[in-house]
Structures are given as C-alpha cells and as structure tokens.
Write a protein that binds this ligand. Structure first.
Ligand SMILES: [Zn+2]
Length: 155
C-alpha cells in the first residue's frame, strides 16, 4: 500500500457509518439554490449600475477565499483549528497530485463544507453584508450580492 493510499484509508475510517454523501451534496445544493432563488425573487428591474454588483461580488468572494486560504485554512489559528484540520490536514492529504479522483460518494466528505460551516459562512458573510448593501444601495444590490455570493460558494 502506497503512502497516499494509506492516508486515504485512514481518513476514510474517520467518516462515520451513517454519513451519506448524497444527503450532504443534496443539503449543500438545496440550501445554496434556495437562497439564490429567494434572493432573485426579490430582484426588480435592476439598472446597469446595480448589475455591477455581480462582478464586484465575484471579486469580493474571490478575495475572501484567498484570504481564508492564507489564514485559517492553511495556518492553525486558535478557535478556528477545525477549518485548518479539515482543509490542510485532511483535504490536501486526501487529494494529492498523484491521486485526485473521488472513488465513491462517501469521498464527498473530503470535498464539501461541513453543513455547520455552510450556515456559519452564510450567517457571517452573506447576511450582514447583504443588509449593509441594502441600506447603502437598495434591495436590488443586496439581492444580487446574496445570489452571486451563494453562486460562488456553490461553484
Ligand atoms: Zn488549500
């Protein structure tokens, strides 16, 4: 057994017997798609200027992703060590340059966010920024921000 195979076997042993990759995937997709649908249902004839929210949100989300990788995802930070454990120690050990594929739905655990982090990031970033944008630029900018940031997360 190669070293990478041994690491995969060890990490797979940590996935509980009741874990369902299909359910995890369905939960993540359903939450994100429901939020996107709700946000877009609040959109009414956006102006060209308001539509600029989409590319700016994409850049902001990309910055947040970069910052998260520079910070808690690749460095152990007190209180956020679960993120470091999941990303640097598990995700990057499971997927290596030599072994990138998913072998079964149970391997979804090594790719998808834990449901608690989906709610954490949504509550911490999407909701407050959405409310701030609503106050500053109106409901269309807020709706486009929420829809785009959830779309980015789903990507
Ligand atoms: Zn990484």
């Amino acid at each position: 057994m190669g070293e990478a195979t041994a690491v995969r076997a060890r990490l797979r042993r940590g996935i509980g017997p009741l874990y369902s990759g299909a359910l995890h995937f369905a939960f993540t997709s359903a939450v994100a798609l429901a939020v996107i649908a709700l946000a877009l249902s609040r959109l009414h004839s956006p102006s060209a200027l308001e539509l600029l929210t989409v590319p700016f949100t994409f850049l902001y989300a990309n910055f947040v992703e970069w910052r998260a990788h520079r910070g808690p995802m690749h460095r152990k930070i007190r209180g956020l060590s679960l993120i470091h454990e999941r990303h640097a120690l598990q995700h990057h050990a499971f997927f290596t340059a030599a072994d990138m594929q998913i072998d079964s739905r149970r391997d979804f655990k090594m790719v998808l966010f834990p449901p608690v982090l989906v709610l954490f990031f949504f509550g911490l970033f999407a909701v407050p920024v959405g409310f701030a944008l609503r106050l500053a630029f109106g409901p269309n900018a807020a709706a486009l921000f929420v829809a785009t940031s959830m779309g980015y997360f789903l990507l």
